[in-house]
Write a protein that binds this ligand. Sequence first.
Ligand code: DAH
Length: 339
Amino acid sequence: MKEQLEAIRTATKQALSSCTDAKQLDQLRVQYLGKKGELTAILKQMGKLSAQERPAMGQLANQVRTDLEQALAEKQHALSERMLQHKLEAEAVDVTLPGTAQRQGSMHPLHIVEQEIREIFLGMGFSVADGPEVEYDYYNFEALNLPPDHPARDTQDTFYITDDILLRTQTSSVQVHVMETQKPPIRVISPGRVYRSDTVDATHSPLFHQIEGLVVDKGVTMADLKGTLKLLMQRLYGDDCKIRLRPHHFPFTEPSAEVDVMCFQCHGEGCRMCKGEGYIELLGAGMVHPKVLEGCGIDSSVYSGFAFGLGLERIAMRHYQIGDMRLLFENDTRFLEQF
Ligand code: DAH
């Protein structure tokens, strides 16, 4: 029996030394140490031994068992170490390899200009209001003192959806929403998209952008309007920038004005850019018509206000010397990446 035990010890150790994976190791464990394994088979014969032989043989058997168990455990440890090593090697990432470069986006010129103007007004204590692009005729026209048969409606070729729903032609519609829901003092701007059924060319697009401004309070005058717009233009074009108000007509303001800014190319001398004028027309403005105030539930004998609306495309095109409005909407990345 002693020889048998020693033989098992040697056989197991030999088998272990050539074992290369966990599955094989498991088979060895079953083969030698399992319930039906070779060592167990020998131990079952213990009963046939004489009482003198049994203790020594029992001790040896136990020794062999512990010895083999330890050898198996060591092998298992070594195998899992090796597997980990393999895995690490296989999954290694060379962090010194150059990465795949991401293309960097850029801001759209209209967005840049809008942000700039927005910041200037926020700095003056204005807040930003939002309004729907799909609008009721009432907000876009009627409440702005443009009743159904008003001739000025024809100047804004409107996309009608139904008889009384349309795509807003001007951000002035937001004025009405604001005055309906807020009490004076009101000081808001509202940037957004507007729509007119214009044919596309270098200076026209059926979709363009405006920024509306509205201030309503006690004692607001034309001087406040002029001061506000002058500050805006000076922030945009420099401290020496001058503005000029020309009388005009808008149904929702009285008096109304068109506001020109001194040409920043020739500084008022007259050049090709301003067509010899020295000034460039930038926006419409005026004192909010009492009818409009009253229609929104604001007492025009207590409150007065001014409003203005400017086109963003024009400003962006001047700013970046973009000769064709279509460039702003075609989304050609070669164009957009320049900003
Ligand atoms: N809504 C006008 C337009 O689209 C621009 C405008 C003029 C807005 C005068 C105003 C204003 O708020 O007071 O042509």
